[in-house]
Design a protein. Sequence first.
Length: 175
Amino acid sequence: MAEHIRVLLPEEEVDARIQEIGDQISRDYAGKQVHLVCVLKGGSFFMCELAKRISVPVSLDFMSVSSYGSDTKSSGVVKIVKDLDESLKDKDVVVVEDIVDSGRTLSYLLEMLRDRGPRSLRLCTLLDKPERRVVEVKVDYTGFQIPDQFVVGYGLDYDQRYRNLPYIGVVEFDN
Ligand code: IMP
Ligand code: MG
């Protein structure tokens, strides 16, 4: 089936919001170093743009997870495909995600990371679909709350495509 992408959040709007979050994080972590943990692959575009806009010292690390169970529905049991390179002990950690949907992946992941002894642990997500929440997750920084629609771009994919779009779009199917 052919599909097309309808723009939901244009590039300028996304960039402006990331600047605001970067400013907020810079204020909140004044005098500290912030350790950004990117959840691959979706979080990578957002994390790079965000990191450029933070004015306190920044360090970065990456991890990749996959949820057990069917592809379409996350089970909440997360397998680490690629673990972090560095310890989180005594670091001020901000986990950077593309989207919080059911919340299953993040709630599991945050609990796991908290056990590694960070000084603080916060969650920053570009997008949030609150209507879809099944497991409660405390989100500290949110770019945009969006309705329950399947979105792509800025790191988010549909079947591994569209991650490179510089805006957020909704996948629509032609018939
Ligand atoms: P959950 O919060 O555990 O349900 O899983 C969130 C993950 O599902 C995200 O990190 C994305 O990889 C994926 N996801 C959820 N909604 C979307 C969407 O609208 N577009 C693309 N990926 C999505
Ligand atoms: Mg993700």
